[in-house]
Write a protein that binds this ligand. Structure first.
Ligand code: CUA
Length: 334
């Protein structure tokens, strides 16, 4: 090849490379990592992206060069020269991708092994998915509807489900893990950026799937310790009705004015429990208890059966269930 041809190829490759690099850098494809594991996953992405950018530049340059220089001349109907394989070229284009793919595999395996290692003393939090809410249970037995994590400490999430398959995902932590009934799946997270991040269910799990959201709050270690100590000292055998309501994720599906954040519309509006009980022809408290324990016994007009989980009767302790029924009966408006 002439020197001018090489120059042409190189210029096209540089232009293609710069354009593709700008697309990679200036489009915000992913949220900035908020955990050490996410940082490692970012490194793998960029490792593969840089390789892709180099290969793209070479392929685009050869393609554009051929289109420009080997165009058929007007009126030329002859065949091109017969060319048989080029052994050196074939060895190169087999060996180079093989080396690159192996390199990506090795980097990924190292990151996977590191990301799975929780160290000797992780904070253990049980994550429970149910239709359609997440709850988080800490070592002291306290359960919350949002996930609080201390900065820079490895956390081992033990993830399970009470009904169908859900999947736990915090985009800023980069990893996903399925929540499967009867099984504990684990996920290690070492948060390294303060902030509040969305917790998303990323497995289609029913009518309220899109509403199955929570938040993960990464706090300074001292703030976390103070909060955690507070939750231990206020521990009591029986929760208040409002606390039972929140801890079981009822807010995701039901509207109930006395509880801020209870604005769900998947299930009936609980402000109207009295009129529902009247329609069902039952005393208010008995109706409320039945509707929690056996939700398909009476379906409010305009709603579907089999949407509300049928296992709250076994998930909620009898004393807590009574507190919840009392609370709803006393605060229902009409
Ligand atoms: Cu739970 Cu989707």
């Amino acid at each position: 090849m002439r020197r001018g041809s090489w120059l042409q190829l190189i210029v096209i490759a540089i232009v293609a490379g710069v354009i593709a690099t700008c697309v990679a850098i200036f489009v915000p494809w992913l949220p900035a990592p908020a955990s050490r594991q996410a940082g490692r996953i970012w490194f793998v992405y960029w490792f593969a992206t840089v390789i892709s950018l180099i290969i793209f530049s070479i392929v685009a340059a050869v393609l554009a060069y051929c289109v420009i220089n080997f165009r058929v001349k007007p009126g030329d109907l002859s065949d091109g020269p017969p060319i048989h394989g080029h052994t050196t070229l074939e060895i190169v284009w087999t060996a180079v991708p093989a080396v690159l793919v192996t390199a990506i595999a090795i980097v990924s395996a190292i990151v996977l092994a590191k990301n799975g290692n929780a160290g000797s003393n992780p904070l253990k939090v049980t994550v429970t998915g149910r239709q359609f809410a997440w709850t988080f249970t800490y070592p002291n037995g306290q359960t919350f509807t949002s996930l609080r994590l201390p900065l820079d400490r490895p956390v081992k999430l033990e993830i399970t489900s009470l009904d169908v398959i859900h999947s736990f995902w915090v985009p800023d932590f980069a990893q996903k893990q399925d929540a499967v009934p009867g099984q504990m799946n684990s996920l290690v997270i070492t948060p390294d950026r303060l902030g509040t991040y969305p917790v998303i269910c990323t497995e289609l799990c029913g009518l309220g799937h899109a509403l199955m959201r929570s938040t993960a709050v990464v706090m300074p270690a001292k703030t976390y310790d103070t909060w955690y100590a507070g939750t231990t000292s206020t521990s009591s055998a029986t929760l208040s009705g409002a606390a039972v309501f929140k801890a079981n994720g009822c807010t995701a599906c039901h509207t109930f004015t006395p509880i801020p954040g209870a604005t769900g519309t998947v299930g009936p509006n609980l402000d109207n429990l009295k009129s529902y009980a009247a329609k069902a022809g039952q005393p208010l408290e008995a109706f409320i208890k039945q509707s929690i324990v056996d939700p398909d016994a009476y379906i409010a007009p305009g709603y579907q059966p089999h949407v509300m989980p049928g296992n709250f009767g076994t998930q909620i302790k009898p004393a807590d269930l009574d507190a919840l029924v009392q609370y709803l009966a006393q605060n229902a408006k009409s």
